[in-house]
Design a binder for this molecule. Structure first.
Ligand code: AQP
Length: 334
């Protein structure tokens, strides 16, 4: 039976990239009636240092963003990772299955560690192995992610296959990445070659879900672009990463294809297109940020929702963890 798992790090303000690449599609999958498990991966967030008070706030805020984006805690399981200990436990077991060389090849590791690998936490290096545990501890079959996470889901398949092979079992199913739509990789508004990221030092590089209408309009107005008008067809976007990014964002927000957007705006300059894009983004994001601030007025209720979700997640994960330990030869006597 299909089961979806996906997660987001509560490592800062969620962005338009997280919304289009992840949150919005999480809600669609839930509405398709598939079993959906969504996790705020706080254990992943601390692979780079987080201020403890800020981490709590960010976790609650991310939970509010999920709910405001249409994730219903009655129909989806919504919780934070550290409340279900099976993630960390299976993470360790998979650390002993995964190979150093596999981690070394991860582009996110290379991007984040840069030339400073020696100074990074061991956790940042092992991140994809914990992510594999997040997915496999539920025997999840599908993982909706943005394009940037595809390699990690493929690695999860490799880890599952190696476990099954090493222990001579057919235990872990190989999950499929689900990457769909026009905005599976939303780029920075300051640099069309970098993805929009909540940890980018430049706030102008991203739209935060909590930005107000004026801020959204200003960020799009100042977005880096070339001076040419928009082309009439998709081929005209070749070599124009920034223009392509804004067209893709418009298409995703308007539920159009990029070709349809060019059909409407081809030949027009950014002086016309950027304000139209800003209006569209405000109309889609304002209800979400309003609902987020309403939810944030009652943090105890958010904590209650996360606790209830964790209990449901734990009930699925514990038996799978127990079987894994059994397969690996751990004495289980209590
Ligand atoms: N720019 C993006 N375009 C489309 N999808 C994106 N996602 C992230 N950025 C974009 C998707 O959001 C989900 C959660 O990602 P994450 O928070 O776990 O970590 P990340 O991918 O590393 O995202 P950030 O925003 O760049 O976080 P930081 O800066 O903390 O590392 C994933 O499904 C991801 O694909």
């Amino acid at each position: 039976t299909p089961r979806i798992f996906s997660g987001i790090q509560p490592s800062g303000n969620l962005t338009l990239g997280n919304y289009l690449g992840a949150l919005r599609r999480f809600a669609q999958k839930q509405d398709e009636g598939i079993e959906t498990i969504y996790c705020l991966v706080d254990l992943h967030a601390i692979t780079v240092w987080q201020d403890p008070e800020a981490l709590k706030k960010q976790t609650r805020e991310a939970a509010a963003a999920f709910i405001a984006s249409g994730i219903d805690p009655e129909r989806s399981i919504l919780f934070n990772q550290s409340q279900v200990s099976a993630h960390a436990e299976l993470g360790w077991l998979l650390n002993c299955v995964a190979r150093m060389g596999w981690m070394n090849r991860m582009t996110q590791w290379k991007d984040k560690a840069g030339k400073n690998a020696e100074k990074q936490s061991l956790g940042l290096f092992a991140y994809p192995s914990l992510m594999a545990a997040d997915i496999l501890v539920y025997h999840a079959t599908m993982v909706p992610v943005g394009e940037d996470q595809k390699q990690h889901v493929e690695l999860t398949r490799d880890i599952a296959a190696k476990f099954n092979h090493d222990y001579g079992v057919e235990f872990f199913p190989a999950p499929l990445p689900l990457i769909e739509g026009a905005a599976t990789r939303v780029m920075s508004l300051r640099d069309g070659s970098k993805k929009m990221s909540k940890s980018d030092p430049s706030d102008a590089s991203r739209i935060n879900l909590t930005d107000d209408a004026d801020t959204i309009a200003k960020k799009f107005r100042k977005a880096v672009t070339d001076p040419e008008p928009l082309p009439e067809s998709l081929e005209g976007l070749e070599g124009r990463a920034e223009a392509r990014n804004l067209v893709n964002i418009y298409a995703a927000l308007a539920d159009m294809t990029p070709a349809e957007v060019l059909g409407q705006y081809g030949g027009q300059g950014f002086g016309t297109f950027k304000p139209a894009l800003a209006d569209l983004a405000v109309s889609k994001l304002e209800p979400i940020s309003t609902e987020m601030s309403r939810l944030m007025n009652d943090p105890a209720e958010i904590d209650r929702i996360l606790g209830a979700g964790a209990a449901k997640a734990d009930a699925i994960a514990q038996p799978i963890l127990a079987q894994t330990l059994e397969i690996m030869g751990m004495v289980r006597s209590r």
